[in-house]
Design a protein around this ligand. Structure first.
Ligand code: PMP
Length: 370
């Protein structure tokens, strides 16, 4: 069998063995977490313990957590849930290069509910500046939402300074999509009002994630239903997934410390090899170490197929947009032609030999098509 090389960890990650084993054991505890007999209450308690442990692990004070089906749902709930609960303020600020679940939530509020949305553009390093927020924030701004790490180019936004500015100079709330930063870099929660993340990006389960939010704000439910999740997300809880999310977060945070130096070394090695091939690096050198976006003179569709032939898995953009015909908003926002861009995302499971092999294949493709 052909050896496979996985360089698409920003798209999804392998399932951690401990998480998998705990989850499998929990599947036998099928009782409804809202049932009032002992076995139901036991599940309920485990779920509540997981909720509290996640908030403690993240170091967030005076906050609540809602378990969701992932970051897309958490983002939708943060943005639309806040808007529906606070209908008197009709201005919102976000960036043009947010994940589709954020961007399309804002689009929906704009198109269907009469909101005015300001979409900020990133600078040459792919970052959203505090100055830009200063310029656009207004007394009727309800929410500012800026992602921590961008999922296509890996740029890191200074969400601490942005949050601080929003808090000190306006009545607006500040939300950040931390899906790509959790378990990779430290997250400053102090000035965040809401944050969304997903389990499957940190070696957890697909269909699992959470929204954390500070207790001074309130949200309208998007999924109407019963009392589950403080009445803000109806439906029988996915208790086994919710219970193992605490373990997933703990392992991710421990892994962040353990693997940071190794991932940086791999990153630097890969960058130096790419530079030797004179390809254009689209990611800023101030970005995360696990994600590298670059362009060659070969169409990415051709290059992706070529890599695939050799068992190398990479992507050309966000996987959520991989079947869209629209150009990538992210790459367009930094002036990069997405038809030629490739995204590699690495983690501690990769090694130098894989990078060498990848570079050999890339070299061969450039000789053939470049
Ligand atoms: N936000 C970002 C930045 C992402 O990269 C992703 C995953 N592509 C999501 C949100 C959506 O996460 P999920 O798949 O859990 O809905």
């Amino acid at each position: 069998m052909q050896h496979k090389i996985y360089f698409d960890h920003a798209s999804t990650t392998s399932l951690n063995r401990e998480v998998k084993e705990s989850y499998i054991k929990l599947l036998d505890k099928f009782y409804n977490s809202d049932a009032l007999y002992d076995d139901g209450v036991a599940i309920y308690r485990m779920q509540e313990e997981s909720r509290m442990r996640i908030l403690n692990l993240l170091g967030i004070k005076n906050a609540s957590l809602i378990f969701t089906s992932g970051a897309s749902e958490a983002n939708s709930l943060a943005i639309k849930g806040l808007a529906f609960k606070n209908p008197s303020k009709k201005h919102l600020i976000t960036s043009i290069y947010e994940h589709a679940s954020v961007y399309n939530s804002f689009k929906q509020l704009e198109d269907l509910f009469g909101y005015e949305v300001t979409y900020l553009k990133p600078d040459k390093d792919g970052m959203i500046g505090v100055d830009d927020i200063k310029k656009h924030i207004r007394p009727d701004t309800l929410l500012v939402s800026i992602m921590h790490v961008n999922n296509e180019i890996g740029s890191i936004n200074d969400i601490n300074s942005i949050g601080k500015f929003v808090k000190e100079n306006s009545q607006a709330y500040f939300h950040s999509d931390i899906t790509q930063s959790l378990g990779k870099i430290d997250i400053p929660f102090e000035n965040l009002d809401l944050a969304s993340f997903s389990a499957h990006k940190i070696h957890g389960l697909k269909g699992s994630g959470a929204l954390v939010y500070k207790n001074h704000l309130d949200l309208a439910a998007l999924i109407s239903g019963g009392q589950q999740e403080y009445g803000k997300r109806g439906g029988t809880s996915n208790a086994p997934a919710n219970i193992v999310l605490a373990k997933t977060v703990r392992i991710a945070l421990e892994g962040q410390k353990k693997h940071a130096t190794y991932v940086k070394e791999l990153h630097d090695y890969l960058i130096s090899k790419l530079k030797d091939l004179r390809v254009e690096i689209n990611s800023s050198d101030k970005g995360t170490h696990n994600l590298i976006n670059f362009s060659t003179s070969i169409k990415s569709e051709v290059l992706l197929n070529y890599f695939n032939m050799y068992g190398i898995m990479v992507s050309s953009r966000s996987t959520c947009g991989s079947r869209e015909n629209e150009p990538s908003r992210v790459l367009k926002s930094i002036g990069v032609d997405d038809e030629y861009a490739i995204r590699i995302s690495i983690n501690e499971e990769n090694n130098r030999q894989e990078i060498d092999y990848f570079i050999d294949v890339l070299k061969e493709a450039i000789e053939k098509y470049g």
